[in-house]
Design a protein around this ligand. Structure first.
Ligand code: PMV
Length: 294
């Protein structure tokens, strides 16, 4: 039994989504595959090269998911094409892939089986504490979504959405970056509430732009969102440099994606990203393009 969970990019709205605003996210074509084989007891085999803290988190998350799905007698192996801790939703993809494989093998009667989102959320809570849920919800949806805590609206893109994803390298954990922002907003709640509301407005306009096929407008919204993220101290020199580079290479818009802070992944929205991927690859930048819809 095999379960697949795609990675994701947040096109607009990270962080605001933690405070109840909407976010716009879409699945990548690459992700995590979980393969279940019959075994004596329910267990997960950690992928090679996983650090000790990540392995412990995976085992704890898996134990919760196993409990929810009736602990089927399978051993589950994981294969991931996603870089870890880059903002591309690798933990959400693991959670979705594992919940799909566990549910496919579950001994529980169909009526008693939980929904895959419930199982995946239980795992995400181990990985991230109090996640908004945007990562695993987008992974499970498999199409671009407008997400707001507890609600998800699938979007139909009028034109293909091509992004270039540039990987800058290690970044602080999502927990640490979200925690730092939480401290600042607790000091000045009204001021921060205004910024989150503005991000939410960009997201709603972005959903309309996707449905109308207005790539130039969507790119402009991404640029404005990057400005707000930088104002919230979630950007850095190397993020800003790559954002400018992608705009210089013809992106309609570019921004960090995910928690940010420093490093991680940067996205640029292109009509056709292939020339920019070739140029950056020649310069030694780790990058790839992905069609998010259309
Ligand atoms: O873990 P990341 O980098 O994909 O960030 C998730 C997006 C945040 O809005 C920063 C956190 C959340 O829980 O939504």
């Amino acid at each position: 039994m095999v379960g697949f969970g795609p990675g994701k990019v947040i096109l607009l709205g990270e962080h605001g989504v933690v405070y109840g605003e909407p976010a716009l996210a879409a699945p990548l074509s690459i992700g995590v595959t979980a393969t279940a084989l019959p075994a004596e007891r329910c267990r997960v085999v950690s992928p090679k090269g996983l650090s000790a803290p990540h392995r412990r988190a995976l085992e704890e998350a898996f134990a919760r998911a196993a409990l929810l799905t009736g602990a089927p007698k399978v051993q589950i192996g994981l294969e991931s094409e996603l870089p870890v801790s880059m903002g591309l939703g690798s933990s959400g993809a693991i959670a979705v892939a594992l919940s799909r494989a566990l549910l496919a093998a579950s001994p529980l009667p169909a009526k008693k089986r939980p929904h895959e989102l419930e199982v995946a959320l239980a795992m995400e809570q181990v990985f991230h504490g109090t996640p908004s849920g945007v990562d695993h919800t987008t992974s499970a949806a498999g199409v671009p979504v407008l997400f707001q805590k507890g609600k998800v609206r699938p979007l139909t893109a009028k034109k293909p959405l091509d992004v270039l994803v540039a990987l800058l390298g290690d970044r602080p954990s999502t927990k640490a970056t979200v925690g730092g922002l939480r401290e600042r907003q607790a000091k000045w709640p009204q001021r921060y509430r205004r910024q989150f509301k503005e991000i939410g407005l960009l997201v709603r306009e972005g959903a309309a732009a996707i449905e109308a096929g207005e790539l130039e407008s969507l790119g402009d919204l991404m640029n404005l969102n990057q400005g707000l993220l930088a104002g919230l101290q979630l950007s850095s020199d190397r993020i800003d440099q790559m954002v400018r580079r992608l705009r210089g290479l013809g992106a309609h818009g570019a921004k960090l994606t995910g928690a940010g802070g420093d490093g991680g992944a940067i996205i640029g929205l292109f009509t056709d990203a292939s020339a920019a991927v070739r140029t950056l690859t020649r310069e030694g930048v780790r990058c790839f393009s992905s069609r998010l819809a259309g």
